[in-house]
Design a protein around this ligand. Structure first.
Ligand code: SF4
Length: 225
């Protein structure tokens, strides 16, 4: 993607959803941390279904620990990898109580020290809970960054660094959500909805397909949902 295309690309995404939010349901920083930890390789819908009943009985690290391993597993068994996630979540709750007074820490190092919390989870929590301009690269962001040419890379870390270097500061705060939502609902993995894509005019893949069709590279698609 040409440098001069990046600003209008994000302006178009921002115009459609000025204040994007995660689709995970939570009412506190702790619930957000739990939901993101549980969401690895699982859909937000499946996580929300499980956490609605879980958070009703365990909304703090102490309450989560009180459930015990079997009690917690019973709430989240519909989520993939639930056994290891339950173990990590309880270990993290123990550390939150022992090291952070039961609060979610605000630094990357402290977050990544929690069992089951990697760079992606830490980025989501830093961005969503504390407003940091971090960028979590999940499967949707990774695909979109490569397809559009915004930040091509072979690894999530390469893509993350490319995005942080190229996205204008004014758009960094919400870029993660805009990219996830666009990847999830429009630039889908198997069948991207290019003819309904509001950022097609600045997308490398659209330009390449347009060139194959003999169209001008910056030709916009017919619809802009
Ligand atoms: S034009 Fe197609 S490939 Fe490019 S961002 Fe839109 S949906 Fe994805």
């Amino acid at each position: 993607m040409k440098p001069e295309h990046i600003e209008p690309f994000f302006a178009a995404l921002a115009a459609a959803k000025p204040e994007p939010k995660t689709e995970l349901e939570y009412k506190s920083d702790f619930e957000l941390l739990c939901a993101v930890l549980l969401s690895a390789q699982a859909t937000d819908v499946s996580v929300n279904r499980a956490t609605r009943t879980l958070f009703a009985v365990a909304a703090t690290p102490a309450q989560m620990l009180a459930l015990g391993l079997e009690g917690l597993q019973a709430h989240i068994q519909s989520i993939g990898l639930y056994r290891s996630k339950a173990r990590h979540l309880l270990q993290s709750c123990q550390m939150l109580i022992e090291r952070h007074g039961g609060q979610v820490p605000r630094t990357r190092a402290e977050l990544e020290a929690l069992p089951g919390v990697g760079r992606k989870t830490a980025n989501v929590v830093l961005n969503e809970a504390f407003g940091e301009p971090t960028l979590a690269v999940d499967t949707h962001v990774f695909r979109l960054a490569n397809r559009t040419g915004l930040a091509p890379g072979r690894t999530p870390l390469q893509v993350e660094q490319g995005l942080l270097a190229r996205i204008p500061p004014a758009y960094l705060r919400h870029a993660h959500h805009w990219l996830i939502l666009h990847g999830r609902y429009v630039c889908k993995a198997r069948q991207p909805l290019c003819d309904q894509c509001r950022v097609a005019a600045w997308c490398d893949t659209w330009a390449e397909r347009g060139a194959e069709r003999g169209a001008k590279p910056d030709t916009k698609p017919s619809a802009n949902p």
